[in-house]
Design a binder for this molecule. Structure first.
Ligand code: KG4
Ligand code: ZN
Length: 357
């Protein structure tokens, strides 16, 4: 065992004995630079710097994202420590997002985390971003119930759409996933067709509140019981809008709220159908959602109804832990820390990483 690990082992037992465990989480997988301090499972700070620079391009530009992370990472971490009212010397370990994500973005967080851990001589803990979205449910929060194992998690983000069976913190199995676009992309690309800025998901949600979800009908894709497909729906929406705008150039403006409500309705219908299939196949009625799209008000409403009508127990993350944030990275760091599960300092970022890895 090298010297770095010997020192770490001693420190690990010291921290466990004192029971004062402070984890700094660093997230930089896509276009948000975030840092968070968690003390014994409770969030002391969760600072997120969004990158406005991508809005005018209609999507994330990887090169610009990594440059913005470089600029943001030091002030974001300083702010997280300040808000937590702790000095960096009190930290027990540094947790960081190893992947999946954009390589240039991941490298900024990974390199920073490694240097900081080495400088402070404390453990380094690598975190899988997709596991972190799911395990954000285990952040200690007042009035927030934690899922009991086993549960089904519908992970819905800008890059992923999966149904995952979670047997334990780090025992996960993918039951189904998208064969093409992710659900967040379906929201964002539909919004782009309507001329809305990126990311359009929250805007579709906002306009949909005022609209009629049955105004326009779109068909559901035919794929395997627990798999998803959104690329056909996106094309159907594009052709529908093009045809309508040809007939009446003001069609989008005059019908925006109804179009948004109809798009949101069909997307949430597809998600709910797959969850019903998962419950039927596994017999598990503990249902959680995670990822950016779990902020959507319609899916939240439908899950609430499912509790009442079908006896499901549902777990919806607090709003600030839905889209990318470092608190979810720090909580996984905490769960791994108490197991003594540390990373070697030679670890590298990985752009492609399954939720099971
Ligand atoms: O998890 P996340 O922050 O980043 C990824 O790892 O992809 O998810 C971002 C996605 C975007 O596609 C965004 O449009 C979507 O989450 N999103 C929403 C809502 N809030 C964020 N989609 C629908 N309704 C929302 N309220
Ligand atoms: Zn994410």
């Amino acid at each position: 065992m090298n010297r770095y690990f010997c020192t770490l082992k001693k420190q690990f037992y010291y921290f466990l004995k004192t029971k004062d465990i402070y984890i700094l989480g660093i997230e930089s997988s896509c276009d948000d630079t975030s840092a968070s301090v968690i003390y014994n499972g409770k969030v002391l700070s969760n600072v997120v710097a969004n990158q406005e620079v991508h809005a005018k391009y209609g999507g994330v530009v990887p090169e610009l994202a990594s440059r913005a992370h470089q600029q943001n990472i030091v002030p974001v971490i300083q702010q997280a420590l300040q808000q937590a009212k702790i000095d960096k010397k009190q930290l027990s370990a540094i947790a960081f997002t190893r992947g999946p994500g954009l390589m240039g973005s991941l490298l900024v967080g990974t390199s920073f985390a490694k240097s900081l851990a080495l400088g402070l001589q404390i453990p380094l803990i690598d975190v899988n971003h997709m596991q972190a979205h799911i395990l954000a449910h285990f952040i200690d929060e007042e009035h927030h119930k934690k899922p009991t194992f086993p549960f089904i998690c519908l992970t819905i983000s800008g890059g992923h759409t999966q149904i995952v069976k979670v047997t334990n913190y780090f025992e996960m199995e993918i039951l189904g996933e998208t064969i093409d676009d992710a659900v967040g992309e379906a929201f964002d690309k539909s919004a782009k067709i309507l001329g809305l800025p990126y990311p359009g998901g929250p805007l579709i949600d906002k306009y949909a509140q005022e609209g009629n979800p049955k105004a326009f009908q779109f068909t559901k894709p035919k794929v395997g019981d627990l798999d998803f497909s959104f690329s056909g729906l996106k094309t159907a929406i594009l052709y529908f809008i093009q045809k309508k705008v040809k007939e009446s150039p003001n069609f989008i403006k005059e019908n925006l709220v109804d179009i948004c409500a109809s798009i949101q309705f069909i997307i949430v219908e597809i998600l709910m159908d797959k969850l019903k299939n998962a419950v039927q196949q596994t017999g598990i009625k503990q249902i959680a959602i995670a990822g950016g799209v779990s902020a959507n008000s319609e899916i939240r409403k439908r899950l609430h109804l499912a509790e009442k009508h079908w006896g499901w127990t549902t777990y919806v993350p607090k709003f600030e832990y839905t889209t990318d944030n470092a608190a979810m990275i720090a909580i996984v760091g905490y769960l791994k820390f108490i197991e003594g599960d540390f990373s070697d300092i030679s670890i590298t970022a990985k752009a492609r990483l399954k939720v099971t890895e």
